[in-house]
Write a protein that binds this ligand. Structure first.
Ligand code: ATP
Ligand code: MG
Length: 183
């Protein structure tokens, strides 16, 4: 499974549709302070199902929607889509029947979030599980936020264990067990 393209529309500072092509290997994002580098990483987390406003540096989930600027009015929705090359068929069952997969999340003011996978409506949980099983989820250690390294060093043992579990690809199992226990 390889991410090939990230598209942002009305997401934070990316008011106009913006495509980020992701090549094989390491991708670096450089630019001056405030140009939107962290917003790009947040878009990636968000489309994978991140639901903690604090992880998105906002007070509420709708804060990801373009809030307007001196010359541009605010938007009513934000949308992020991620394109995945699945020719290796590593996407989990239910998603692994095609070479190419597109996941879309859209949030509309006063309505909330909706997700699509391959053009079909899916639940947030389906998307979160897809990425948790693929060990690339919204909480994945593959995405390192500013300040996160020092958080890791200072983390309590239990929190540090969660990070290792995510890296080992077993956090999807924990989520399912937690849901089973609630039933
Ligand atoms: P640094 O190098 O300082 O870490 P950065 O490139 O990571 O900067 P970001 O934090 O991604 O920059 O972008 C910050 C910019 O995004 C700010 O100008 C902020 O006003 C803008 N921004 C954040 N949320 C929104 C929003 N909802 N609507 C419009 N602009 C937003
Ligand atoms: Mg930043």
């Amino acid at each position: 499974m390889q991410f090939t393209k990230l598209r942002l529309t009305g997401f934070k500072s990316f008011v106009d549709p913006t495509d980020l092509h992701i090549a094989h290997g390491l991708t670096g994002v450089v630019g001056p302070n405030g140009c939107g580098k962290s917003n790009l990483l947040e878009a990636l987390r968000w489309v994978m199902g991140e639901n903690r406003p604090t992880a998105m540096r906002g007070g509420g989930m709708e804060d990801v929607i373009f809030a307007g600027a001196a010359t541009r009015p605010a938007r009513n929705f934000a949308e992020v889509s991620i394109h995945i090359d699945n020719t290796d068929r590593l996407a989990p069952a239910g998603f692994n029947d095609s070479d190419h997969l597109e996941i879309v999340r859209r949030i509309t003011r006063d309505v909330g979030s909706a997700y699509k996978a391959g053009g079909k409506d899916v639940r947030a949980r389906d998307v979160q599980m897809l990425f948790a099983d693929a060990s690339t989820g919204a909480h994945s250690p593959a995405l390192v936020r500013q300040g996160q390294i020092s958080e890791l060093i200072n983390a309590k043992p239990k929190a540090r264990r969660r990070i290792l579990e995510e890296a080992a690809g077993i956090s999807g199992l924990y989520q399912r067990r937690h849901e089973a226990e609630l039933k």
